[in-house]
Design a protein around this ligand. Structure first.
Ligand code: PRP
Ligand code: URA
Length: 208
């Protein structure tokens, strides 16, 4: 399987509201966060757990928990920032590394302008965040960066993907698990996703 696409009425409802051009910045930000919580729940179905002893009011029992420092959150700036709180809702102590990328307006190729990752990121499961997976160039470049830092367990989480983006990311990094709320029809000539939601960064931060 190239990507996990979430098939759930709550997800399609919230993504429909997100797409709507009349959704304002505050609603857009809240929806991105809520959708990310739902995606995170699905993406970490396979996270390793360890046994611990717990004493209930009635008896001692052995239960499974997720060890501290299992997960690092890596948003791609800018739009990935909108998804950080959603992951923190479920992993409140997760460290955050930032990767800055923008798409060159003529070539649509990603240009890296910032990278600051936690020192001990190599042993963690990294979740790369970006609401939009269009050509896949930005996500591929972010995964390249993480692998250079020794990270071997990487997941990519997107809200809207284009078939081309999933294909390119999977072909370049077949070991990376990809999770998307939805997969749209196609890219237009400017490499925007159709039907999509427009420019995620601008809608999130009110810059247009
Ligand atoms: C958008 C989006 C992704 C990228 C997706 O960012 O948030 O990072 O485009 O396109 P790709 O899959 O073709 O690489 P943009 O470059 O507009 O930067 P911004 O988040 O700062 O607005
Ligand atoms: N980046 C966006 O914000 N939206 C798209 O449709 C494609 C890239």
């Amino acid at each position: 399987m190239k990507a996990t696409i979430i098939n759930h009425p709550l997800m399609s409802h919230k993504v429909a509201m997100l797409r709507d051009k009349n959704t304002n910045t505050k609603q857009f930000r809240e929806l991105i966060e809520e959708i990310t919580v739902l995606l995170t729940y699905e993406a970490f179905k396979d996270i390793p757990t360890v046994p611990v002893e717990v004493e209930t009011p009635l008896e001692r029992t052995v239960q499974q928990v997720i060890p501290d420092n299992s997960v690092a959150i890596v948003p791609i700036l800018r739009a990935g920032l909108g998804m950080v709180n959603g992951v923190h809702t479920l992993f409140p102590t997760a460290k955050v590394g930032h990767v800055g990328m923008y798409r060159d307006e003529t070539t649509c190729l990603p240009q890296e302008y910032y990278c600051k990752l936690p020192k001990d990121i190599g042993g963690m499961i990294c979740i790369v965040l970006d609401p939009m997976l269009a050509t896949g160039g930005s996500a591929i470049a972010a995964v390249d960066l993480l692998k250079k830092q020794g990270v071997s367990r990487i997941k990519c989480m997107h809200i809207i993907a284009a078939p081309e983006g999933i294909e390119n990311l999977h072909r370049t990094h077949p070991d990376v698990q990809i999770y998307c709320a939805t997969c749209d029809r196609e890219l237009n000539k400017d490499k925007y996703i159709l039907p999509g939601l427009g420019d995620a960064g601008d809608r999130l931060f009110g810059t247009k």
